[in-house]
Design a protein around this ligand. Structure first.
Ligand SMILES: Nc1ncnc2c1ncn2[C@@H]1O[C@H](COP(=O)(O)OP(=O)(O)OP(=O)(O)O)[C@@H](O)[C@H]1O
Ligand SMILES: [Mg+2]
Length: 260
Protein backbone atom coordinates (compact mmCIF):
# COMPACT_ATOMS: atom_id res chain seq x y z
CA UNK A 1 0.00 0.00 0.00
CA UNK A 2 1.28 3.46 -0.82
CA UNK A 3 1.72 5.89 2.03
CA UNK A 4 -0.71 8.83 2.07
CA UNK A 5 0.73 11.84 0.24
CA UNK A 6 1.52 14.80 2.48
CA UNK A 7 -1.12 17.50 2.88
CA UNK A 8 1.53 20.19 2.54
CA UNK A 9 4.73 19.81 0.58
CA UNK A 10 7.32 22.52 0.14
CA UNK A 11 10.37 22.16 -2.02
CA UNK A 12 13.37 24.41 -2.69
CA UNK A 13 11.50 27.49 -1.53
CA UNK A 14 13.27 30.83 -1.92
CA UNK A 15 11.68 34.09 -0.85
CA UNK A 16 13.19 37.53 -1.43
CA UNK A 17 11.78 40.60 0.30
CA UNK A 18 12.44 44.34 0.59
CA UNK A 19 14.29 46.92 -1.49
CA UNK A 20 16.96 46.11 -2.27
CA UNK A 21 15.70 42.58 -2.37
CA UNK A 22 17.18 40.32 0.24
CA UNK A 23 17.02 36.53 0.25
CA UNK A 24 14.98 35.74 3.36
CA UNK A 25 14.21 32.04 2.86
CA UNK A 26 16.85 29.79 1.37
CA UNK A 27 15.91 26.47 -0.25
CA UNK A 28 13.36 25.57 2.40
CA UNK A 29 11.71 22.17 2.10
CA UNK A 30 9.28 20.20 4.27
CA UNK A 31 6.34 17.82 4.14
CA UNK A 32 3.44 17.68 6.55
CA UNK A 33 0.80 14.95 6.76
CA UNK A 34 -2.82 15.53 7.67
CA UNK A 35 -3.41 15.39 11.43
CA UNK A 36 0.20 16.15 12.29
CA UNK A 37 1.77 19.18 13.90
CA UNK A 38 4.97 20.75 12.66
CA UNK A 39 6.87 22.88 15.15
CA UNK A 40 8.63 25.73 13.35
CA UNK A 41 11.39 27.17 15.51
CA UNK A 42 14.05 29.81 15.13
CA UNK A 43 15.36 33.01 16.65
CA UNK A 44 13.85 36.41 15.87
CA UNK A 45 14.44 37.29 12.21
CA UNK A 46 15.14 33.71 11.13
CA UNK A 47 12.22 33.76 8.67
CA UNK A 48 9.43 31.91 10.50
CA UNK A 49 6.70 34.46 9.76
CA UNK A 50 7.95 34.90 6.22
CA UNK A 51 7.49 31.16 5.68
CA UNK A 52 4.07 31.20 7.37
CA UNK A 53 2.90 34.18 5.30
CA UNK A 54 4.21 32.66 2.08
CA UNK A 55 1.94 29.68 2.75
CA UNK A 56 -1.11 31.93 2.95
CA UNK A 57 -0.16 33.84 -0.18
CA UNK A 58 1.07 37.08 1.42
CA UNK A 59 4.56 36.68 -0.07
CA UNK A 60 5.28 35.28 -3.49
CA UNK A 61 8.34 33.00 -3.65
CA UNK A 62 11.04 33.69 -6.23
CA UNK A 63 11.47 29.95 -6.78
CA UNK A 64 10.45 26.59 -5.40
CA UNK A 65 7.14 24.83 -5.05
CA UNK A 66 4.32 24.71 -2.54
CA UNK A 67 1.83 21.87 -2.94
CA UNK A 68 -1.29 21.58 -0.86
CA UNK A 69 -3.52 18.53 -1.10
CA UNK A 70 -1.51 17.52 -4.17
CA UNK A 71 -2.23 20.83 -5.96
CA UNK A 72 0.29 23.50 -6.86
CA UNK A 73 -0.57 26.57 -4.74
CA UNK A 74 1.60 28.98 -6.69
CA UNK A 75 -0.22 28.29 -9.94
CA UNK A 76 -3.67 28.58 -8.38
CA UNK A 77 -5.91 31.34 -9.70
CA UNK A 78 -9.47 32.56 -9.18
CA UNK A 79 -11.75 30.14 -7.36
CA UNK A 80 -8.93 27.73 -6.58
CA UNK A 81 -6.99 30.54 -4.91
CA UNK A 82 -10.01 31.63 -2.91
CA UNK A 83 -10.52 28.05 -1.77
CA UNK A 84 -6.88 27.77 -0.69
CA UNK A 85 -7.26 30.99 1.27
CA UNK A 86 -10.01 29.33 3.28
CA UNK A 87 -8.30 25.95 3.59
CA UNK A 88 -5.14 27.42 5.10
CA UNK A 89 -5.89 29.71 8.04
CA UNK A 90 -3.29 31.96 9.61
CA UNK A 91 -3.59 32.91 13.29
CA UNK A 92 -1.21 35.80 14.04
CA UNK A 93 0.69 36.52 17.23
CA UNK A 94 -1.07 39.63 18.38
CA UNK A 95 -4.49 38.93 19.89
CA UNK A 96 -5.09 42.69 20.27
CA UNK A 97 -4.82 43.64 16.64
CA UNK A 98 -6.05 40.46 14.99
CA UNK A 99 -9.69 40.95 16.02
CA UNK A 100 -11.72 43.92 14.76
CA UNK A 101 -12.33 46.11 17.86
CA UNK A 102 -15.60 47.49 16.41
CA UNK A 103 -17.19 44.08 15.97
CA UNK A 104 -18.62 41.78 18.59
CA UNK A 105 -16.94 38.40 18.63
CA UNK A 106 -20.20 36.92 17.36
CA UNK A 107 -20.05 39.22 14.32
CA UNK A 108 -16.40 38.32 13.74
CA UNK A 109 -17.16 34.60 13.75
CA UNK A 110 -20.33 35.04 11.64
CA UNK A 111 -18.16 36.78 9.06
CA UNK A 112 -15.80 33.82 8.95
CA UNK A 113 -18.78 31.46 8.57
CA UNK A 114 -20.47 33.44 5.80
CA UNK A 115 -18.62 36.51 4.51
CA UNK A 116 -21.54 37.61 2.34
CA UNK A 117 -24.32 37.33 4.92
CA UNK A 118 -22.63 37.50 8.32
CA UNK A 119 -25.84 37.53 10.34
CA UNK A 120 -25.35 36.55 13.97
CA UNK A 121 -28.96 35.38 14.56
CA UNK A 122 -28.76 33.01 11.59
CA UNK A 123 -25.56 31.41 12.86
CA UNK A 124 -26.07 31.78 16.61
CA UNK A 125 -26.01 28.06 17.33
CA UNK A 126 -22.85 27.41 15.31
CA UNK A 127 -21.12 30.46 16.86
CA UNK A 128 -21.93 29.20 20.36
CA UNK A 129 -20.61 25.77 19.37
CA UNK A 130 -17.35 27.24 18.02
CA UNK A 131 -16.85 29.37 21.13
CA UNK A 132 -17.48 26.24 23.19
CA UNK A 133 -14.66 24.47 21.33
CA UNK A 134 -12.24 27.13 22.58
CA UNK A 135 -13.83 27.13 26.03
CA UNK A 136 -15.53 30.53 25.81
CA UNK A 137 -19.08 30.77 27.08
CA UNK A 138 -21.50 31.28 24.19
CA UNK A 139 -23.37 33.95 26.13
CA UNK A 140 -20.35 36.21 25.50
CA UNK A 141 -20.96 36.48 21.76
CA UNK A 142 -22.30 40.04 21.96
CA UNK A 143 -19.17 41.31 23.67
CA UNK A 144 -16.31 43.19 22.05
CA UNK A 145 -12.66 42.04 21.92
CA UNK A 146 -11.60 44.63 24.53
CA UNK A 147 -13.84 42.88 27.06
CA UNK A 148 -11.68 39.74 26.94
CA UNK A 149 -8.23 38.90 28.28
CA UNK A 150 -5.25 38.24 25.99
CA UNK A 151 -5.60 34.48 26.29
CA UNK A 152 -9.34 34.63 25.62
CA UNK A 153 -8.78 36.81 22.56
CA UNK A 154 -6.26 34.32 21.26
CA UNK A 155 -8.82 31.54 21.73
CA UNK A 156 -11.45 33.62 19.92
CA UNK A 157 -8.98 34.03 17.04
CA UNK A 158 -8.64 30.23 16.99
CA UNK A 159 -12.46 29.87 16.94
CA UNK A 160 -12.62 32.25 13.99
CA UNK A 161 -10.02 30.14 12.15
CA UNK A 162 -11.94 26.93 12.98
CA UNK A 163 -15.19 28.48 11.67
CA UNK A 164 -13.81 28.26 8.14
CA UNK A 165 -13.21 24.51 8.60
CA UNK A 166 -9.66 24.76 7.31
CA UNK A 167 -7.45 21.78 6.51
CA UNK A 168 -4.44 23.53 7.96
CA UNK A 169 -3.96 26.13 10.69
CA UNK A 170 -0.77 28.12 10.97
CA UNK A 171 -0.36 29.49 14.47
CA UNK A 172 2.35 32.16 14.40
CA UNK A 173 3.75 32.73 17.91
CA UNK A 174 0.22 32.72 19.25
CA UNK A 175 1.30 32.13 22.83
CA UNK A 176 4.31 34.47 22.91
CA UNK A 177 2.43 37.49 24.26
CA UNK A 178 0.75 35.46 27.01
CA UNK A 179 1.86 34.73 30.54
CA UNK A 180 2.98 31.19 31.34
CA UNK A 181 -0.28 29.79 32.69
CA UNK A 182 -2.37 31.31 29.86
CA UNK A 183 0.19 29.96 27.42
CA UNK A 184 -0.25 26.48 28.90
CA UNK A 185 -4.04 26.86 28.59
CA UNK A 186 -3.90 27.71 24.87
CA UNK A 187 -1.43 24.87 24.25
CA UNK A 188 -3.61 22.30 25.98
CA UNK A 189 -6.61 23.58 24.01
CA UNK A 190 -4.73 23.09 20.73
CA UNK A 191 -3.59 19.61 21.79
CA UNK A 192 -7.25 18.72 22.53
CA UNK A 193 -8.45 20.08 19.18
CA UNK A 194 -5.70 18.17 17.46
CA UNK A 195 -6.92 14.94 19.03
CA UNK A 196 -10.64 15.56 18.66
CA UNK A 197 -10.72 17.19 15.21
CA UNK A 198 -7.58 15.74 13.63
CA UNK A 199 -6.31 19.29 13.20
CA UNK A 200 -3.20 19.78 11.05
CA UNK A 201 -1.07 22.50 12.49
CA UNK A 202 2.07 24.50 11.85
CA UNK A 203 3.01 25.84 15.25
CA UNK A 204 5.52 28.68 15.09
CA UNK A 205 7.55 29.64 18.13
CA UNK A 206 10.97 30.94 19.06
CA UNK A 207 10.72 28.74 22.15
CA UNK A 208 11.75 25.13 21.68
CA UNK A 209 10.28 24.07 25.03
CA UNK A 210 6.83 25.29 23.92
CA UNK A 211 6.79 23.44 20.59
CA UNK A 212 8.13 20.27 22.14
CA UNK A 213 4.85 19.50 23.86
CA UNK A 214 2.75 19.76 20.73
CA UNK A 215 4.92 18.83 17.71
CA UNK A 216 5.18 15.59 15.74
CA UNK A 217 7.94 16.99 13.57
CA UNK A 218 10.28 19.88 14.07
CA UNK A 219 11.96 22.32 11.72
CA UNK A 220 14.61 24.76 12.91
CA UNK A 221 15.37 27.84 10.81
CA UNK A 222 18.54 29.89 11.13
CA UNK A 223 18.99 32.97 8.91
CA UNK A 224 16.37 31.59 6.54
CA UNK A 225 17.94 28.16 6.22
CA UNK A 226 16.74 24.81 7.53
CA UNK A 227 19.38 23.64 9.99
CA UNK A 228 17.29 20.82 11.44
CA UNK A 229 14.24 18.91 10.26
CA UNK A 230 12.83 15.62 11.44
CA UNK A 231 10.68 13.70 13.86
CA UNK A 232 10.34 15.86 16.99
CA UNK A 233 11.28 13.09 19.38
CA UNK A 234 14.37 12.17 17.36
CA UNK A 235 15.47 15.78 17.07
CA UNK A 236 15.35 16.16 20.83
CA UNK A 237 17.14 12.84 21.36
CA UNK A 238 19.81 13.36 18.71
CA UNK A 239 19.91 16.82 17.12
CA UNK A 240 21.80 16.93 13.85
CA UNK A 241 23.06 20.50 14.14
CA UNK A 242 25.13 22.28 16.77
CA UNK A 243 22.65 25.14 16.68
CA UNK A 244 19.74 22.89 17.70
CA UNK A 245 21.93 21.34 20.40
CA UNK A 246 22.51 24.82 21.83
CA UNK A 247 18.78 25.59 21.67
CA UNK A 248 17.94 22.38 23.51
CA UNK A 249 20.61 22.94 26.14
CA UNK A 250 19.41 26.48 26.79
CA UNK A 251 15.70 25.66 27.00
CA UNK A 252 14.18 25.97 30.47
CA UNK A 253 14.07 22.55 32.10
CA UNK A 254 17.04 21.22 30.11
CA UNK A 255 19.84 19.56 32.14
CA UNK A 256 22.39 22.23 31.25
CA UNK A 257 19.98 25.15 31.65
CA UNK A 258 20.94 27.88 34.02
CA UNK A 259 19.62 31.38 34.62
CA UNK A 260 23.00 33.00 35.26
N1 LIG B 1 8.09 42.77 4.20
C1 LIG B 1 9.41 42.68 4.42
N2 LIG B 1 10.28 43.37 3.68
C2 LIG B 1 11.61 43.28 3.88
N3 LIG B 1 12.17 42.46 4.80
C3 LIG B 1 11.36 41.74 5.55
C4 LIG B 1 9.93 41.79 5.42
N4 LIG B 1 9.37 40.94 6.31
C5 LIG B 1 10.40 40.40 6.97
N5 LIG B 1 11.59 40.86 6.54
C6 LIG B 1 12.92 40.46 7.03
O1 LIG B 1 13.01 39.06 6.89
C7 LIG B 1 13.71 38.46 7.98
C8 LIG B 1 12.83 37.40 8.62
O2 LIG B 1 11.70 38.02 9.22
P1 LIG B 1 10.53 37.18 9.87
O3 LIG B 1 9.50 38.14 10.31
O4 LIG B 1 10.12 36.12 8.91
O5 LIG B 1 11.27 36.51 11.11
P2 LIG B 1 10.67 35.69 12.32
O6 LIG B 1 11.48 34.45 12.40
O7 LIG B 1 9.20 35.57 12.17
O8 LIG B 1 11.03 36.63 13.56
P3 LIG B 1 10.20 36.90 14.92
O9 LIG B 1 10.54 35.75 15.84
O10 LIG B 1 10.80 38.19 15.42
O11 LIG B 1 8.75 37.01 14.60
C9 LIG B 1 14.07 39.61 8.91
O12 LIG B 1 15.39 39.98 8.64
C10 LIG B 1 13.12 40.71 8.50
O13 LIG B 1 13.67 41.97 8.73
MG1 LIG C 1 7.53 36.21 13.30
Amino acid sequence: MRARPPLLEIDGLNVHLGTPRKRILKDVGLALRAGETLGLVGESGSGKSTLAKTLVGVHRPSSGSVRFGGRDCLLATGKERARLRREIQYVPQDPYSSLDPRRTIGETIAEALDPRHPRVPTYRQRIVELLGLVRIDGSALDRYPRQFSGGQRQRIAIARALAVEPSLIIADEITSALDLSTQAEVLSLLADLKRSMGLTLVFVSHDLAVVRSISDSLLVLLHGEVVEYGDAHEVFEAPASDYTRTLIASAPGAPGFSLD
